[in-house]
Structure formats: C-alpha cells, structure tokens
Design a binder for this molecule. Structure first.
Ligand SMILES: [Zn+2]
Ligand SMILES: [Zn+2]
Length: 357
C-alpha cells in the first residue's frame, strides 16, 4: 500500500485534476494510473468536464483511482468559473450556471468544491490557450482553491512562437509557479477568516501540441506527475478498502492537511511544517490554541530558501533545510520554499496554513 512515515503521519502524493476521453483527455484511467505508479503518485482523482463517471473508484495496480468532476457552464462566454467537485456521488453539472448553488449542493451531499485555476493568463499565440479564470468572487462556502495548476502555469509562458517551440521541448523552463494574483487572493481569503485549502494539480489532458510541422504530446500525464502534486498527510496508511481509503483521503484534503510540491527542482517528499505551543502541537491545516509562545519548525528534504509567513507577510527566512521561529502572535501561518533551478529561483513548496489562535 502507498505511504511513507514522516513524524507520525503518512504522506501520500496525490494529483486531483486530470481528464480522460470521457471529456477532453487522451488516455483512459488504467493508462493514467500506470503513469502515476511509474512516477510515485499514489492517488489520482480524475475530473472530467461535466460528467461524473461511475464505477471507476478502486485500485489500479498500486494507484488509488478516485472520481471527481470539473463542472463548468459550456454556454458561458467567455469561459470562467471551473469548479472541481470531490466526494459526491451525484451528477451536479446542471448547476454550473449558478456557482453558489453548485457549491451549496456539493456541500449538502457531503462533498467539497475547489475553485479551479482561479487566475489564468491567455497565450497570444494559441486559440486553445484562452484564459479561464474564476470570475464570481461573491461565492462562499467553497472548500479551497487550486493554487497551482501546472497546465495554466505552462500556457502563460507561451508568449511567442520561438519561445513556444523551445518550451515544447524543454517545458520545465516554462514552469514558474502559481500566479501572484492567486497567492494574493488566497491570503486575502484566509485573512477574512475563511479556512481555504490550497491544492496543486496537473490538469493533464495528454493533448498533442501542433507547432507548425512539429506534433508533440507536450505535458504528457507522466511528465506532469513529475511536476506539481498535492502531498496529503494521513493519520494512518491506506487499508486497501476503497471506501475507507477514499473517505480518509478526502477528509485529509478537506482539512488542508496537505502541501503543494513541485518536484522538478528536487523531490518534495518529507517536507514538514509544525507548530508547538505549551502542550499543543499542530501541522498544516490544523488549529493551534496558544499556551504561551509558539515554536514553528519548517524542515525541507533538501536545502532551499525557506519562508514563514503570517497573514500573508514573510516574517522569517532561512537558506538551508531547517527554519525555526518563535512567535507570540495569533494568525494564519504558512510556509513556502523555493529553489534555484533552470537559472531562476523557482517556487518549490507551498504548505497549507496552521491557524494559531
Ligand atoms: Zn478547467
Ligand atoms: Zn481541467
């Protein structure tokens, strides 16, 4: 069974956004699951557009394959408000034109809604690469946002044809991290007192790109699984019982016991962010009630530039593998790490916050 023990929790690597031929992807579940297994991704959640495909959930090889859905209104122009739905067993795509009604229906059925690629930048050279942002920011009660969508990140770099040809062969040069607007929006939502879980995904389609005479499956599923994933901290290993494992997995994601990691600069497995105050301890996604000062500890599996943020502002930085910090203030604390890669300091890890009261 998947899983690796770090500090009393089991870390599983998951990807929660991808497509099959049931919507606009190229590969079926079994092939995507095999690609996941080759890359060390242990859980995949397949999210076809406006169809909740039944009868899929289960283990394929060692990969736990779960089904979600990416709901959007195909009649809306310009396109916006793509919503990732997890943990429901009912088709809710008819509610796509009313995002709040959709989110409420998802919650009423015990599921959770995440705003997909909330900011996007169009590529001026490709008709396919239009921007599909989240538009309706009046919505409430969604569980989280897709902080880092690897496909969106890549598309935004296709500024002209020579660059696009270069990136088709060397995509990792085009991957720059979540959009600044997305990170700022996340901090703004957190500051408003909402608990908003951040996830990072592939949005894999396996689509071949046509660049003049060149046809290449740029960003194949397997390539993307080696890029941006969500690392989920489970209280115990998976049992092999699909219903129980599914429940435990979605509960951990929903609580925000996870971080977003980009694995090309270095493996992100084993990253930890914890806080201690008096007898209380907490990790990502958890609330810590202070008993005096709080001791924070960030530990990375490889040397990096580590940052601790409180309410969206950097309060401590350290280059190396460990950052320790003592603080007395309440707030929303989260950790970030970046590494020098492809001639730039590139985002590597974003944790979900520890909520200190
Ligand atoms: Zn989408
Ligand atoms: Zn998608």
């Amino acid at each position: 069974m998947p899983g690796r023990r770090i500090g009393g929790v089991i870390e599983v690597v998951a990807n929660l956004h991808m497509h099959t031929p049931y919507s606009d992807g190229e590969w079926y579940h079994a092939d995507i699951a095999a690609a996941a297994q080759r890359t060390g991704v242990e859980v995949i959640v397949v999210t076809d557009h406006n169809v909740l495909v039944g009868g899929i959930d289960g283990y394929i090889g060692r990969t736990l394959v779960l089904t979600g859905e990416e709901v959007h209104d195909p009649l809306r122009h310009p396109q916006a408000n793509h919503c990732l739905v997890y943990g429901t067993s009912e088709e809710l795509a008819l509610l796509a034109p009313q995002p709040q009604a959709l989110i409420d229906a998802v919650n009423a059925r015990g599921g959770m809604a995440f705003l997909a690629h909330p900011f996007e930048v169009a590529s001026p050279i490709s008709m396919d690469a239009i921007a599909i942002p989240w538009d309706d920011w009046r919505v409430k009660r969604f569980r989280g946002i897709e902080l880092w969508n690897c496909m969106s990140d890549f598309k935004a770099s296709l500024r002209n044809w020579p660059l696009a040809v270069f990136y088709a062969f060397f995509p990792s040069w085009a991957i720059r991290g979540p959009f600044g607007q997305t990170v700022r929006k996340w901090d703004e939502l957190l500051a408003s007192g909402q608990k908003v879980v951040a996830i990072g995904n592939a949005d894999g389609h396996g689509t071949p790109y046509h660049l003049g005479p060149i046809t290449r499956p740029v960003l194949a599923y397997e390539y993307l699984f080696r890029c941006v994933n969500t690392h989920v901290l489970l209280p115990k290993p998976f049992s092999g019982n699909v219903a129980a494992d599914r429940k435990m997995f979605f509960e951990a994601v929903g609580e925000g016991r996870c971080f977003v990691g980009y694995d090309r600069p270095a493996s992100t497995r084993g990253f930890s962010f914890t806080a201690k105050s008096g007898a209380a301890v907490a990790t990502m996604g958890e609330t810590l009630v202070r008993g005096g000062a709080t001791q924070f500890r960030i530990e990375a599996p490889a040397p990096a530039q580590l940052r601790l943020l409180r309410d969206g502002k950097v309060i401590a930085r350290q280059t190396g593998r460990v950052l320790q910090w003592m603080d007395t203030a309440p707030g929303v604390y989260r950790a970030e790490a970046s590494r020098f890669y492809r001639w730039a300091n590139r985002p590597w890890i974003f944790t979900n916050p520890i909520y200190v009261r």
